[in-house]
Ligand binder design. Structure first.
Ligand SMILES: C[S@@+](CC[C@H](N)C(=O)[O-])C[C@H]1O[C@@H](n2cnc3c(N)ncnc32)[C@H](O)[C@@H]1O
Length: 256
């Protein structure tokens, strides 16, 4: 794990980091910028622990994620390629946009954004194993990866034209703080694209969470919890599309 010099995309990413958090000597590990060092941002639940495993990072994109998608959205729900298309449409990407993929895992969406957009695309995640895999799989020059906490994003306000967070809010220990951060780093006119869990049954979400969360580490959001949170934070054009036990949510920051 030899430290290496930052790529141009990493240099551009460093310029978007809040001055107080910007390292004088950036720590580049396995090709990503590590802002956490020994710190662990993800929680200690079984779901989060699993995300630290190099074995899971290797099989995640090919086997784990498509299976998770089927479990959440059913056999007739969107597949991985469809989900990437949905994310790109929700972000309404224009060439040259700066895009942030929060909890990017092995970069399965980050790379799809880089195919559409030749601006800067940044993936941030807490897991070293996932990020090492993401760097290994990424060829596009405009992509940079950062190890950091979704609930305390290191970037300056309004840094990105689009922010995506797919299949992760339900794992993040402090998802509402992560939403605060996603909105904060969104530029005026910027778009957000989210995929998370949603409660569709008769049992209220807090009851489901009390039973399922300690076992799985996964949180189930109430039907309007995420959409309401985005509206309360001033976003407009908030739209929700349900698919089985999942919800796709898009919104826009006013301005421009
Ligand atoms: C299921 S993967 C999602 C990967 C990808 N976005 C997708 O849709 O397939 C969830 C990711 O969330 C990351 N994660 C969990 N808590 C986090 C936190 N507080 N900050 C950053 N990443 C976090 C995990 O490390 C893991 O890579």
């Amino acid at each position: 794990m030899t430290p290496t010099a930052p790529t141009e995309a990493l240099e551009q990413t460093l310029a978007l980091i809040q001055p107080a958090l910007r390292p004088a000597e950036p720590e580049i590990r396995d090709g990503y910028l590590d802002l956490l060092g020994e710190q662990r941002a993800a929680g200690s639940g079984p779901g989060q622990q699993l995300m630290e495993s190099a074995g899971l990072a290797r099989i995640y994109e090919r086997y784990w994620r498509p299976t998770l998608g089927r479990l959440l959205m059913g056999a007739m729900g969107p597949g991985m390629r469809d989900e990437q298309t949905i994310a790109i449409e929700m972000l309404d990407l224009a060439d040259g946009d700066r895009v942030l993929d929060v909890a990017c895992g092995p970069g399965n969406f980050t790379r799809a954004f880089a195919e559409e957009d030749h601006g800067l695309v940044v993936g941030i995640d807490a897991s070293s194993a996932m990020l090492a895999r993401a760097v290994h799989e990424t060829r596009a020059p405009g992509v940079a990866y950062v190890r950091g906490d979704a609930a305390s994003l290191p970037f300056v306000d309004g840094a990105f034209d689009g922010v995506c967070c797919f299949a992760a809010l339900y794992l993040i220990e402090e998802p509402i703080k992560a939403l605060d951060e996603i909105v904060r780093v969104l530029a005026p006119g910027g778009r957000v694209a989210l995929l998370s869990s949603v409660n569709r049954g008769l049992v209220p979400a807090p009851v489901t969470n009390a039973v399922a969360r300690p076992l799985t580490g996964i949180r189930v959001f109430g039907r309007d919890e995420i959409t309401d949170a985005l509206r309360e934070r001033g976003l407009e054009k908030v739209a929700q599309r349900l698919s089985g036990l999942a919800q796709f949510v898009s919104a826009r920051r006013p301005g421009r």
